[in-house]
Design a protein around this ligand. Sequence first.
Ligand code: 5AD
Ligand code: FES
Length: 364
Amino acid sequence: MSEKINILLNKQTLTKNDLSYLLSLKNEERDFFLRGVGNKYVETLGKKVFFRGLVEFSNYCTKDCYYCGIRKSNSNAERYEIDDKAIVEAAIFAHENKYGSLVLQAGERSDTAFTERITKLLKEIKSVTKGELGITISLGEQSEETYQEWFDAGAHRYLLRIESSKRDLYYQIHPEDKKHDFETRINCLKTLQKIGYQTGTGVMIGLPFQSYDDLAEDLLFFKSMNVDMVGMGPFIEHTETPLYEHKDALWPIQRRFDVSLNMIAALRLLMPDINIAAATALQAIDPMGREKALRYGANVIMPNITPTANRKDYTLYENKPCTDEGAEDCSNCLGIRVEMAGREIGYNEWGDSKHFFKRQNKKK
Ligand code: 5AD
Ligand code: FES
């Protein structure tokens, strides 16, 4: 059996069937596969992993995704907004602690007051960190003008998960309306790439109605879109959301976790030079979840540096880890955790996706 895995570990072009098979592995065979990828990727990409300080600055959201705890219709969500001063302070914290990069994330809004505020904020963060701090943003679907304005203001990476690349499944987890349009989302990803952002996407793993084949297709979608970064993690049902009614049909939580690691490892084989994040949702299931992801293919970790008072309210899913710790605690414990995973931290480095530069060079 491990003969077959050995062949796949060294195969040039993995097919949907190959990927589906790898995603479904269990027990000893799965261990063999994960270790195989872990060893191979350290040889090619090295041991370095990069930090992105994550600030979840607001949970006001205009959208209504069926899986998400901060969806507009969840009237039980305690809404918060962190002011610009506190966001800039968090950016300075990231800079001083040699994180290299910052991720700004919030619920989705596209009104002018919001977009202008972000532009101003990006400029200010660039200025107070002397242009040294890399900035990734994750602020959903926006117009081309807005994406361009934010790029010009200093953001250079953008995360926009496709959530599922299978159109039918996309509409099983989102309302089927203009605000949640599958094609718009794909077009947004293309626009981001056209503008020159390093572009990241991702999916949730273990959604209701999702199969190994669907997940294999997701991996091939990342490849065909030629993305630079991927963040993906297990789906964790939230009691206050419509998808909760399917809780009994889900894979057991441990299986969702295991398949998430299989996805990361399989993606590392498929796209050896992209950045792959160890999603926080992994840690909600297993206290060492993100470190395991680092062993088997992930090379980016996003310590949460949201000011503590508001952290508990950014509950996309329940059981979110580290919601009651200060940012300092997190950075200290993370250094040790990364070392335990046999990796090194790229302090003060932007840790840009190598894939992005290869893509740019090809274009020239
Ligand atoms: N479980 C896991 N991940 C979730 N996200 C939102 N809700 C959930 C959930 N219930 C993820 C989505 C989104 C990202 C910010 O968080 O993939 O893009
Ligand atoms: Fe906010 Fe999906 S619920 S973007």
